[in-house]
Design a binder for this molecule. Structure first.
Ligand code: PRX
Length: 659
């Protein structure tokens, strides 16, 4: 693919030299943060610098202390401060911005719904009253299993209003995944819907929810949104209520936002890790909301008069932080799109940017690589001049995709922020401040002011510039997870054990990513170093995948690795040994794919299933996953002589390349 006359080879060579781009002057002039002294100021004034983030919120009672680190690593932020997240996202905007749009929703079929802050406030109040009527009390976990429909943020904010933490499960996850998460969170309430549209066709979602509920141990009360109307009939079982009926019964209700402590849980979000069980990441009210507000303001440059669009799904952390909480806390207009980027045509996103005069677009590298493949004629059909800033998140962005985004979407007039962060960090951690720092395609940028990110070797010593190592964060930050739900021990094991030295009171957070750092502090994130695969920006644990595959009748053993993929970043490769009496043929391949979709969801669908008689193992019997990765990527293999069964390698290799 050529780029403005420059050959691919020339372009890659130039980008490899570390070409950098200054933020456009027109952007800097109006940027929320344009003073480079911010880095030094925050360093000198740490942790008090984070008062700036807390100041973006309205507190019912001021906090006494910015950071309480008396029980490391169980840090507390803005101690004894009191606030309510829903009041911060809604009520406080009503006087000045009640008639301005809070959420601009665009449905898959082209239908639209627009909510002013006043309207959103009223709907949230009615649903909050309905939840109370159903028996939801403060600190009860309410699960949401919903696609991108307005009732999802309404339900989240209603929960926040009454102090009930929400746990949103991505709608693309399977029934099993829903049940696991509800059981883990002891959640007795579920908000879901009958179905939704995908590429114009109605898709039954309630079936999946009902199937999941069968495996939930506790009694559950369910609310069902009727998204599909006449396009899909559904029945309500015992303890299942229709959203509209509940809300109608509460018409005009007003629910006083409950006073929450800064450290009270706002929500749980399950994510994948090295071991099989998903981790329930706990985020709190004061620190999280401050963090997403401050990063929305300084990195996404959000202003109330903007029409800002994050194209993620609210079922993931990106949607929580940067569709719902950050943008609404700042009183801006947040766009929410239900559908896929290529339905009905491959210019759908650009049509929306054009129609709504979108000012910032925040999306994922996997989407950008797909746009690149589809061609620049699609964005060229539309006027994208309303855009002021572009962002990416979820996985490393290769320089060529960065450059394409910058040129063909941003017209070289928008800064691109490549934001590194995780479910656990709550919000952005490493990225350029667009009004201040130059951009280097492929490198996320320096750590944000006040964030202490380093790249270290296996001993925890900082590596030389340019050397690969492990990313760590050695000072706490307000948006950090506080623990894993009801599992403090696992919290320490997963994130703090590797590099901390408790005897010396040194606590170092390990995000399990590899990275390198330049002389000037720019960090390039290289990807996960644990057994997690990043498929289209979605985190999938290889252990979860392996147990799904091994659960399929006829499978004796399986190893899952990530292989490189042009669009998705990584794709799932399954290497499978069959049980005696079973053939590794098409039938078993299909059942394996089905097994994975049932256990996790279609996002986890294996790209390749390779049947083999054995797996490469060390003499002690450990599967050499790195070799399997090399094979998936068609890379040269390292030394195989230490294997118990070196011959198997070339046999597997021949099968992969034959596929
Ligand atoms: O490996 C990193 C990758 O995504 C992981 C976090 O995934 P998740 O918790 O699902 O959150 C995704 C949205 C924040 C990280 O550990 N990652 C995220 N952003 C980037 C990235 N890798 C490289 N560059 C990024 N900008």
């Amino acid at each position: 693919m050529s780029d403005q006359g420059e050959s691919e080879v020339e372009l890659e060579a130039r980008l490899a030299e570390g070409e950098s781009f200054d933020p456009p002057a027109s952007f800097v002039e109006q940027a929320n943060v344009a003073d480079e002294d911010i880095y030094e100021e925050f360093e000198e004034n740490w942790p008090e610098c984070w008062e700036q983030a807390a100041d973006l919120l309205t507190w019912e009672e001021e906090y006494d202390q910015v950071l309480d680190d008396s029980d490391e690593p169980f840090y507390e932020w803005f101690t004894d401060g009191k606030l309510n997240a829903s009041a911060n996202c809604l009520d406080r905007h009503l006087d000045e911005r009640g008639d301005e749009t809070a959420i601009e929703w665009i449905g898959e079929l082209g239908e639209t719904r627009s909510y002013t802050y006043q309207e959103l406030h009223d709907e949230v109040n009615e649903f909050a009253a309905a939840l109370r009527e159903m028996g939801v009390e403060e600190d009860d976990v309410v699960t949401m299993y919903m696609p991108m429909i307005p009732e999802l943020p309404i339900a989240m904010l209603a929960c926040a209003r009454i102090g009930a933490p929400h746990s949103v499960v991505f709608a693309g996850f399977s029934a099993d995944a829903l049940a696991t998460r509800m059981n883990s969170a002891d959640s007795e309430y579920l908000v879901t819907c009958d179905g939704y549209y995908r590429r114009g066709d109605p898709l039954n979602h309630k079936n999946k929810a009902d199937e999941g509920l069968e495996d939930v141990e506790q009694d559950v009360t369910t609310v069902v949104v009727d998204r599909l109307g006449d396009d899909l009939d559904h029945d309500l079982g015992d303890s299942q209520h229709d959203w509209d009926d509940l809300v109608e019964a509460q018409a005009g209700a007003s629910v006083e936002p409950v006073t929450r402590d800064a450290e009270d849980m706002l929500f749980l979000m399950y994510t994948s890790g090295t071991t099989g069980e998903p981790k329930g990441v706990k985020h709190t009210t004061g620190g999280y909301l401050s963090w997403v507000s401050w990063t929305s303001q300084s990195v996404l440059d959000i202003k109330p008069e903007d029409t800002y669009w994050c194209s993620a799904d609210i079922g993931w952390i990106t949607g929580h932080s940067y569709i719902v909480y950050g943008p609404l806390a700042l009183g801006t207009t947040s766009v929410m799109y239900e559908g896929t980027p290529d339905y009905p045509e491959k210019d759908r996103l650009w049509q929306i940017v054009d129609d709504y005069d979108v000012t910032q677009l925040y999306t994922a590298p996997t989407a950008i690589r797909a746009f690149m493949k589809w061609g620049e004629e699609y964005p060229e059909k539309h006027d994208l001049s309303s855009l002021r800033l572009l962002g990416t998140v979820g996985e490393p962005i290769n320089p060529r995709a960065w450059k394409w985004y910058y040129t063909h979407i941003g017209n070289e007039e928008c800064p691109v922020v490549d934001t590194w962060w995780q479910t656990e960090t709550g919000g952005m951690m490493v990225t350029t401040i667009p009004g201040v720092a130059e951009m280097k395609p492929g490198s996320a940028g320096p750590a944000l002011p006040g964030v202490s990110a380093k790249v270290v070797d296996g001993n925890g010593d900082e590596v030389d510039p340019g050397e690969a190592g492990y990313l760590v964060v050695d000072k706490p930050w307000p948006g950090m997870l506080r623990t894993l739900y009801k599992n403090d021990e696992r919290f320490i094991e997963e994130y703090w054990q590797e590099y901390s030295d408790p005897d010396e009171d040194e606590w170092v957070y390990f995000p399990e990513d590899g990275a390198k750092i330049d002389e000037d502090g720019y960090i390039t994130v290289l990807g996960r170093v644990d057994d997690v695969i990043n498929v289209s920006g979605h985190r999938l644990g290889t252990m979860e995948l392996e147990s799904a595959v091994v659960g399929v009748e006829g499978v004796a053993e399986a190893a899952i690795v990530g292989g490189k993929h042009d669009i998705k970043g990584e794709a799932v490769y399954a290497y499978v040994i069959t049980e005696d009496g079973y053939e590794g043929g098409e039938d078993l391949r299909e059942r394996i794919i089905e097994g994975v979709e049932d256990a996790i969801g279609p996002i986890a669908r294996p790209e390749e299933v390779v049947f083999t008689e054995d797996l490469p193992k060390t003499r002690s019997g450990k599967i050499m996953r790195r070799l399997l990765e090399n094979i998936a990527n068609g890379e040269e293999l390292g030394n195989t002589s230490t294997l118990r069964n070196p011959d198997i390698v070339s046999e597997i290799q021949s099968k992969v390349s034959n596929d």
